[in-house]
Design a protein around this ligand. Structure first.
Ligand SMILES: [Zn+2]
Length: 79
């Protein structure tokens, strides 16, 4: 297991950390709605990625509106 031989002084540490750079996220523009999105990522506004809509209404309505069957579960008269 590697262990540092000496304590690194503040100056040396600061010099090493001077090479750290914040990476600017690669942005691209959504071809569908024109919003700035992260590259290689589905558009957060319209859910568009690679010439098709991957996920519709990605941010708009995040509710579960999966009510597409109209059975009434009440009127079971077995008498
Ligand atoms: Zn979009």
């Amino acid at each position: 297991m590697p262990v540092p031989k000496k304590r690194v002084g503040h100056s040396e540490q600061a010099h090493r950390r001077a090479n750290w750079k914040a990476t600017v996220p690669t942005m691209s523009v959504c071809p569908n709605c024109g919003a700035a999105t992260l590259a290689h990522t589905m558009c957060g506004v319209c859910g568009f990625y690679k010439d098709r809509v991957v996920k519709e209404r990605a941010l708009a309505t995040a509710g579960h509106d999966h009510h597409d069957h109209d059975h009434d579960h009440e009127g079971h008269d077995h008498d």
